[in-house]
Design a binder for this molecule. Structure first.
Ligand code: COA
Length: 182
């Protein structure tokens, strides 16, 4: 039994609706956003307050979901800049400490891609990953994302400028990729 409203159900995890009035859930998301160790992967700069977190959860043109393992929120996943004319959206995903490298990120991304392509009828999902984030690049690329460009020295993170790698997956590539899974 999951105490959150399940929006998409996977094998290990569920993607759940975060109620902005649920202060514990909001604080959890806030703690991911401010994480001193993992924040570098999502370009943490100014502190993420509760207000900023709620604005992010409830913002326009986006879907913001918690990643839940049983009754615990262990991360979040978002589709931002959803544009139903262009059929595009931008994906971000974050898992808290202790839940990496167990296939959870891949499952969460698979679920949100299914939703993006088969519910929102998007045709292309974009993502961007800092060049030093090899785990994230591997996670996206093994699910069928392809590199479409590099923004050189785009982000100042931990005292240095880093390249930002732009990735994308088209719906037909995703279907092709899934067909090769069997
Ligand atoms: C990126 C993230 C979502 C990936 O989720 P995850 O559950 O850890 O990843 P998975 O276990 O599904 O798969 C990761 C893949 O990367 C591989 N991997 C792990 N560490 C790696 C490394 N240092 N270098 C290269 N590949 C690596 C794994 O072997 C696995 O590939 P495989 O299935 O072929 O063996 C998660 O690690 C995370 O949230 N990290 C912190 C925040 C972040 O970086 N967010 C993304 C911002 S773009």
């Amino acid at each position: 039994m999951n105490k959150f409203k399940v929006f998409l159900a996977g094998k290990k995890i569920t993607l759940v609706v975060i109620d902005p009035a649920d202060t514990k859930a909001v604080e959890k998301v806030m703690s991911f956003r401010n994480d001193p160790k993992l924040g570098c992967f999502i370009g943490r700069n100014f502190p993420f307050t509760a207000q900023r977190t709620v604005e992010d959860i409830t913002g326009k043109d986006k879907v913001f979901l918690g990643i839940a393992l049983g009754d615990e929120i262990i991360g979040f996943i978002t589709l931002r800049r959803i544009n139903l004319i262009n059929g595009t959206g931008k994906l971000t995903v974050f898992l808290g400490e202790g839940n990496h490298r167990k296939g959870i990120g891949s499952e969460a991304v698979t679920l949100i891609l299914w939703y993006a392509f088969n519910t929102l009828n998007l045709r292309k999902v974009n993502a961007d990953v800092f060049a030093f984030n090899e785990r994230s690049l591997r996670c996206f690329e093994k699910l069928g994302f392809r590199r479409q460009g590099v923004l050189e020295k785009e982000y100042f993170v931990d005292g240095q400028y880093h390249d930002d790698i732009l990735l994308r997956i088209f719906k037909e590539e995703w279907l092709d990729y899934n067909a090769t899974l069997d």
